[in-house]
Design a protein around this ligand. Structure first.
Ligand SMILES: [Zn+2]
Length: 447
């Protein structure tokens, strides 16, 4: 249950303050007065005991489906942002594949207004690249930016037409706007329900060719080279795709990439259980691609971790593996799954060859804070004196068990139900506002 309260003055006492942007990692108190971080506490400040907790700048998720307008049976801006806050996020970027799509300034403003009414976290709407996401005619980028669009994407589909995408790059370059591509040529991926490979052949299921992802990235990097527009690969998922981005970055092109938590954790072998909650887009890949995703984060090719939070109703997901819509919810499991995947135990393939890559909490949190800020070309949130409080509090030690029925999201479609994870947000602070998540296993006095 998310409890929200407002306080004029607060002391967050004794937490491990991790601020990736400032290179800070120490046990310290954080003082907040009138929503701003200050040097000394006010005498009447409310004390929040953060002993044993991590205090860090608010987490960001650049890839979320809030489903409104038009699909409030799956999720609403209210329920989706409550789920985000419960997962420790203070900012989410929401995708425009709603009904109607976010392709007009009014639609963008509508989302921002609903989010501000719900007041659980900040929402940065991503506007459509093309009208009705039809892939033919560009939207009015300048007007959409003016209304508050954070970036442009036709997510759910890729922009396939070379000429249209070239025009999008030219316009993005002129306006210093960010293009986020869902990389998929439908002609190549058509009919596939899971990754095309050994497992799909064994299960006798139609495979989805990874070339559909890689070919579009290849074309787009070429367009980026010729136009200079900023380009971000959504939910990157194959070793070859990551190599393409690695080379583009080596060239100095303005290319960035994100990876989903599930692509760091699950392989296509998981689909053998025929659970519709293992069906997603891009699909779960073989272990070699999962390892490549982890390495891509470690060497800086991939900038940030996202959820691709995609709620569907239980009824929709009960249609069986072949017919059910692709996608899973992720906001309330992201931190724990990312910690499980990346805070590598000695048995992890990341330790192959006796070389131990040390991923600690500061590094892990950078993929949710400074990484996404870099993609958006924004100054990352920080815990510096004089800045507005925008914080996440995390319990890094207590194991907890995922129970999808306790989600704040309307969607319960997760393959992680019943998993035991370690690492969970226990609250966020936004200005004067404190959102407290109080799982049953924690005493209510902790926050
Ligand atoms: Zn997508």
């Amino acid at each position: 249950m998310l409890n929200t309260a407002h306080h004029e003055a607060m002391v967050i006492r004794g937490g491990r303050v991790i601020d990736a942007a400032a290179g800070r990692d120490e046990i310290a108190d954080v003082f907040i007065t009138n929503g701003v971080i200050v040097a000394a506490p006010r005498r009447d400040a409310l004390v929040l005991d953060a002993t044993g907790l991590i205090v860090c700048p608010g987490l960001m998720d650049l890839h979320v489906h809030l489903r409104e307008p038009g699909q409030s049976h799956k999720e609403t801006i209210e329920s989706g942002t409550a789920a985000a806050a419960a997962g420790g996020f203070t900012l989410v970027a929401c995708m425009p594949n709603t009904q109607p799509p976010l392709d007009t300034p009014d639609a963008v403003r509508w989302v921002i207004e609903r989010a501000s009414e719900a007041d659980h976290c900040k929402v940065a709407p991503v506007a459509a690249i093309t009208k009705v996401r039809g892939g033919r005619e560009l939207t009015d980028f300048a007007a959409l930016l003016g209304a508050g669009a954070a970036a442009f994407s036709d997510d759910g589909t890729g922009v396939e037409d070379d000429g249209v995408m070239r025009s999008a790059f030219e316009r993005a370059s002129d306006l210093d706007a960010l293009l986020i591509q869902h990389c998929e040529y439908k002609a190549i991926s058509a009919g596939g329900v899971m990754h095309l490979g050994e497992v799909s052949r064994r299960l006798g299921l139609a495979g989805l060719d990874p070339r559909s992802e890689e070919a579009m990235i290849e074309r787009d990097i070429d367009l980026c080279r010729r136009t200079g527009g900023r380009y971000h690969v959504a939910h990157i998922s194959t070793a070859k795709a990551i190599d393409l981005v690695r080379r583009a970055k080596d060239e100095g092109l303005p290319v960035t990439a994100e990876v989903c938590t599930h692509h760091l954790m699950l392989t296509d072998e998981t689909c053998a259980n025929a659970d519709p909650n293992t069906k997603m887009h891009p699909p779960l890949r073989p272990q070699s691609d999962v390892d490549a995703c982890r390495r891509g984060l470690l060497d800086g090719t991939i900038d940030c971790i996202v959820t691709d939070h995609a709620p569907h109703t239980a009824e929709e997901k009960s249609a069986g593996f072949l017919k059910a819509p692709a996608g899973i919810v992720g906001l309330e499991t992201a931190l724990g799954v990312a910690a499980k995947a990346m805070l590598a135990p000695p048995s992890s393939p990341l330790h192959k060859g006796g070389h131990r890559e040390v991923v600690d909490w500061p590094r892990l949190l950078s993929w949710f804070t400074t990484g996404p800020a870099r993609v958006l070309k924004r100054r990352p949130a920080s815990i510096e004196i004089g800045t507005r409080a925008d914080l996440t509090l995390i319990d890094p030690h207590s194991p907890w068990t995922v129970n999808s029925h306790q989600f704040h999201s309307k969607g319960h479609n997760t393959p992680f139900d019943g998993w035991t994870l370690t690492g969970r947000a226990v609250g966020t602070v936004r200005g004067r506002q404190v959102n407290r998540l109080l799982p049953d296993s924690r005493p209510s006095s902790i926050l």
